[in-house]
Design a protein around this ligand. Structure first.
Ligand code: AMP
Ligand code: GLY
Length: 424
């Protein structure tokens, strides 16, 4: 009997997950809640919000779903995995307690300190005056992080004392993101990269690394976004998937960062059972952790999963059941993805602009925020589409990718023209 799978979420990450599942010989039917216009071509979309745990639970039972796969952290943070497991349902993702590795910076920092995982020096504060005194006594730039989920807006790299004070006011006095604590961190330098792993208890199966591009505009200018593009390179320059991350760097990141975190979580009685995402930096003093996420990265997933040759259903199911994960096989290809976002993003933007995709379009396309109307495909979010191409080399993947971007017409989209420039 082929399996029925429900994917929770509705962005580019979930489109890439649905696409990977559709390549599995084990999978017969895929549902996605809520999905989007692109996902609807590969799965049956269900109009339920990713955090509507009651609705998702009822849907799963009624439709005899074999396995649920969770994309967004919001669903994990409200305890969807705990609720499904309590109901005897199979689900891929971390428990609410384990999701603290992402949802609480303070928890993550304390865990890293205990496991001797390299990361920026830090202190945690709840009191504005103490935090402000600490900043004034320290050096600039300094990094101020809100201790909770803040939709990617909880991190301020302050280059002046005034910026630092304003951030502390927002977070500790004005309750901009809710009640809370802040973590004040040492400012690190070096190229950043993302290393994700499937984790089942103490077992860590690393994926190939990828690099995201967080700033809105070319040359890393403009505001921070959810990510404007990503790439991963062929094995020609080593096993990590990034030419600036040596085999030694990669082994270090797995053995001294991901593995000790999986072990520490298991020791604490909150074992991991999903994706552990390391946001890492190659500093002059070696690889250090910038942040952890408790889920697949977006847009990294859209370039990493296309390289996975192993059956992703088997990986998800093994983690969901707390079993040994199968070995992973990766395609030796370079993959690049360019995000097309609504003009104004990450600030305010309008929706509903018509999108035309040329019939000759030949790259892969993952929908991030689109909607199908009677008049055709329209924009429905900040990040709208991700064009993804793969080729034996990075320059060839980049050419194919931008050729794909040129075949999309929409008067309200912009994109970066320098994705992967770091290595090209
Ligand atoms: P995050 O939302 O935690 O991914 O942080 C956003 C960005 O802030 C990161 O991608 C880094 O570029 C930057 N950042 C965070 N922490 C540090 C740090 N300790 N040193 C330098 N940059 C940092
Ligand atoms: N690409 C960064 C993230 O998923 O948080």
């Amino acid at each position: 009997m082929r399996k029925k799978v429900l994917v929770v979420g509705g962005g580019g990450r979930e489109h890439a997950i649905v696409d990977a599942l559709s390549r599995s010989v084990q999978v017969g039917k895929i549902y996605c809640a809520p999905g989007n216009a692109g996902i609807a071509e590969q799965a049956e979309c269900v109009p339920l919000k990713d955090t509507d745990v009651d609705g998702l639970l009822a849907f799963t039972k009624e439709n005899a779903i074999d396995l649920t796969v969770v994309g967004p952290e919001a669903a994990l943070a409200v305890g969807i995995v705990d609720r499904f497991r309590a109901a005897g349902l199979k689900i891929f993702g971390h428990t609410q307690a384990a999701t603290a590795i992402e949802s609480s910076k303070d928890f993550a920092k304390r865990l890293m300190a205990g496991a001797k995982v390299p990361t920026a020096a830090y202190q945690t504060f709840t009191d504005f005056d103490e935090a402000w005194a600490y900043v004034q006594a320290g050096s600039l730039p300094t990094v101020i992080k809100y201790d909770g989920l803040a939709a990617g807006k909880g991190v301020v790299v302050a280059t002046t004392a005034a910026e630092a004070e304003a951030a502390l006011r927002d977070m500790l006095l004005d309750g901009r993101y809710g009640e809370g604590k802040v973590v004040i961190e040492e400012f690190l330098t070096g190229p950043e990269f993302s290393l994700m792993a499937f984790v089942s208890g103490r077992q860590v199966r690393p994926m190939v690394a990828a690099q995201d591009h967080k700033r809105a505009f070319d040359g890393d200018a403009g505001p921070n976004t959810g990510g404007m593009g990503a790439y991963t390179e062929s094995f020609a320059t080593g096993k990590s998937g990034l030419s600036f991350i040596t085999d030694e760097d990669y082994d270090f990141a797995v053995a001294k960062i991901l593995q000790p975190v999986a072990d520490a979580m298991a020791d604490a009685g909150t074992p991991l059972s999903g994706v552990l995402y390391g946001g890492l930096m190659k500093t002059p003093d070696g690889i250090k952790v910038i942040e952890f996420n408790a889920r697949f990265g977006d847009p990294e997933t859209e370039v990493v999963l296309p390289r996975l040759e192993s059956d992703v259903y088997e990986v998800f199911e093994a983690a969901a059941e707390g079993r040994m994960l199968p070995a992973l096989r990766w395609k030796d290809a370079s993959v690049m993805g360019v995000v097309m976002a609504s003009k104004g993003y990450p600030g305010s933007y309008t929706k509903g602009a018509a999108i035309q995709i040329a019939p000759s379009f030949s790259a892969r396309i993952y929908h991030m925020g689109t909607k199908k109307t009677d008049d055709g495909l329209v924009t429905a979010g900040g990040r709208v589409l991700m064009v993804v191409a793969e080729a034996p080399t990075m320059p060839a993947a980049a050419r194919l990718c931008y050729a794909g971007v040129a075949q999309i017409t929409c008067d309200n989209l912009f994109y970066r023209k320098d994705i992967a420039k770091y290595v090209l």
